[in-house]
Design a protein around this ligand. Sequence first.
Ligand code: ZN
Ligand code: ZN
Ligand code: ZN
Length: 390
Amino acid sequence: MTEPNPGIPTDRYVERLAACRQAIAARGFAALLIGVGPDLRYLTGFVGEPMERLTLLVVPRDGPVRFVVPRLEATKAEATPLVSAGAAEVLAFDEADDAAARIAELLDPVRRTPGDAGRQPIGLSDRLWAMHVLGLERALPGCHFEPASAVLRDLRQVKDADEARLLRLAAAAADRTVDAIAAGRLVGRTEAEISREIRGRLIDEGHDLADFAIVGSGPNGASPHHDAGARAIGGGEPVVLDLGGTLAGYLSDTTRTIWVAGEAHTEPEPEFRRVYDLVREAQAAATAAVRPGIPAEKIDAEARGFIAAAGYGEYFTHRVGHGIGLEAHEDPYMVSGNATQLQPGMAFSVEPGIYLPGRWGVRLENVVMCTEAGSEVLNRSSLELRVVRG
Ligand code: ZN
Ligand code: ZN
Ligand code: ZN
């Protein structure tokens, strides 16, 4: 399957490849070897799952770009935007062939370059399976490998107008999902049931895939990545809903925490209200700090300082955000120690949380894009505390 509409225009893949080859030269790499995954989708439009057969886009510093694929996927590879635009050539191998040896032959010209250029590293896509990496190591003795992200990070983390459009569409679909769940029946249903409903709605609202649907009720909300389970939701407790899906390759990711009052109309306990307001203010402060030139770690520090000053610092146990695009978690990470300066087009989550073990948790998450003027918040559903009957 190639990119469905509304996807990325074909010309963009040719531009991405050109930018990638410039970056290969600028970073002093001999070549990139890109296996099935988000890097390959970014460069070619190829959609698929990694498997035991080797599929690799071979992008040398100079010379032709080859897409090496098992024969049964040759038709699919030919149909990718990059290949159909004439920017790469498909080389199919048969089941009994040694694919890694074929790759080594293709790399011969760049490896035989005399002097320092012949010793330049080869970049392997970060998601390439160990079995393939080990096979390439055997086929290319003496080669020095580096993560391809050293070359591709700078390209992938700045979204173009079409990527921004798809992230907006995905965010809006996630917003409609979370609003529908918050307005629906909750009390007496298990987390797993709600999670299944979320996955269905993510698709109904326009995603191609439902990627995750965290439902953390009561004390389960204190575990940020809780797996929705058999616990039934009761009246008088909060529920953390964290959900996302993929739309034309691009991810959504949003979290809302709601208070389920139940038939007895049990009001939120005072500390819950206090913590909720604190997380909301921290989320707003971190979002307000987003603008070009600011280091990513400052976005984290903004939220963390706020929560620590109120005495809840030790209960905010994760970074404040992660980049989002073709992957749910990608560069740039909003985390202490990341000095990457924000640029217009960078998209990432801002998701502070406070987790009180054995009691409950609160997390609020929006995807935010850095713009020339500051920022654009892609998620529009309300951040007011929703006290629902459930
Ligand atoms: Zn998470
Ligand atoms: Zn999330
Ligand atoms: Zn997230």
